[in-house]
Design a protein around this ligand. Structure first.
Ligand SMILES: [Zn+2]
Length: 418
């Protein structure tokens, strides 16, 4: 027999402002209205948030001294991939620019060769292990992308592997078809886009892809292809994501908004003059401070984006080259330090707004009645997440109300709840 679970007596619960409980995203300027008050969370048998007052019918999980947060959502990763590129990192630390490494066969092409040479099981074993590590750091939903296929067959295989990853991990996975990542050998940018157009029928019919994505950069694609990708996304009922303004500025943000983008990602070189193009739109600014840190990139106009009320999200950009980072608490620490953001700004960007980016914010991303009970128990106040930089504060993770990971020193809390 089962009974509702009450996560009882938490020192802090992260909740949305009362008038925004059904919101699917919030302007970053409202982050200060999130609350961190003591309380309980009741989880129904169906694994949904049922309320905030425990009664005697509940099985209690003692949360004294803990913070209780919605699960974190990693809305930009490049899983599944295989291998790592540590030697490139050593070259970059010594001063070689990414563009030079990419032009000499490194970068995305190096990961594409590794993927092509690897068996499916090798790719999936590495990706599943990373998903488990992400879970232990509080990531209860994430995005997976293709992009290391660099041929029609390779991209379809990468999307199939992303689907198999999704079927084999605890977290819900949103699959994105990053079909314009690097220009495959023997193609022009426009010629490759013809191939992309030709493969979309198969992408929609045979894969879980819900979004298209493109990398706009000197070593990749241009704003023209971004506009074309937006038209293809609309035609096929897919969302549009875009890697823009990372290493240099092409004025791509207004182009992406006009193309109907769900998100613009990176933005290290985005001019502040382009911020008004995002204000009042559904297009989120996805900031990736781990990639900025590893790549010694410029800092995006993150404070200005937040103050202007843009929908902001944070993510790891987990990939084998430019951001080999799995921990969203670490990303929160980087964002707070680099952007001058508050803890609540970082948390809004890692929960509701990140869920918006992957199209799941009606059911994920906040502790509200009826949303799925993806919940974290933290061993410290939320304010310690960025400050204790590198500490993993996650003591337990519930996915759909089920404790899927509990740290050894907190098991007693669950043993007493039977
Ligand atoms: Zn990326």
């Amino acid at each position: 027999m089962s009974a509702p679970i009450a996560l009882s007596g938490a020192a802090e619960l992260l909740r949305l402002p009362p008038d925004a409980e059904s919101a699917e995203r919030l302007p970053q300027s409202r982050a200060g209205e999130l609350t961190l008050e003591p309380g309980d969370v009741v989880v129904s048998d169906e694994g949904l948030i049922a309320g905030f007052e425990a009664d005697s019918s509940c099985r209690r999980v003692d949360c004294a001294g803990l913070s209780v947060l919605p699960g974190l959502v990693d809305c930009h990763t490049h899983l599944p991939f295989v291998g790592w590129r540590a030697q490139e990192y050593a070259r970059r630390v010594a001063g070689e620019p990414y563009e030079a490494i990419a032009r000499s066969g490194g970068g995305i092409r190096a990961s594409a060769r590794a993927l092509a040479d690897a068996a499916d099981t090798q790719v999936l074993d590495q990706a599943r292990a990373l998903a488990a590590e992400m879970l232990r750091h509080g990531t209860t939903a994430f995005e997976a992308k293709s992009g290391y296929g660099l041929s029609v067959a390779g991209e379809l295989r990468a999307l199939r592997l992303a689907g198999e990853l999704a079927a084999g991990v605890e977290q819900p996975v949103a699959v994105t078809a990053l079909l314009a990542h690097a220009i495959p050998d023997g193609h022009t940018a426009a010629g490759w886009m013809d191939e992309v157009e030709g493969m979309l029928g198969a992408v929609c019919a045979h894969t879980r892809a819900q979004a298209l994505d493109i990398f706009v950069e000197s070593v990749a694609f241009s704003n023209d292809e971004l506009t074309r990708m937006g038209a293809l996304a609309r035609e096929h009922g897919l969302a549009l994501r875009a890697h823009v303004e990372q290493l240099s500025s092409y004025g791509s943000v207004p182009v992406a908004v006009a193309a109907g983008a769900r998100s613009v990602d990176h933005l290290s070189c985005m001019p502040a003059a382009d911020i008004p193009a995002l204000v009042g739109t559904e297009c989120a600014a996805v900031l990736l401070p781990g990639a900025e840190f590893i790549g010694a990139e410029h800092t995006p106009p993150a404070r200005e984006l937040a103050d202007a009320g843009v929908v902001c999200a944070l993510a790891t950009d987990l990939n084998p080259g430019t951001s080999p980072i799995v921990s969203l608490p670490l990303i929160a620490g980087l964002a707070v330090r680099r952007y001058g953001w508050t803890v609540k700004e970082a948390l809004l960007a890692l929960t509701l707004n990140a869920a918006w980016v992957i199209g799941r914010s009606r059911e994920l991303g906040a502790l509200t009645v009826g949303r799925r009970a993806d919940v974290l128990l933290l061993d410290c106040p939320a304010g310690h997440i960025p400050y204790r930089f590198g500490h993993n504060p996650v003591a337990a993770v519930l996915v759909a109300g089920v404790p899927v990971w509990v740290r050894e020193d907190h098991r007693w809390r669950f043993e007493g709840s039977a």
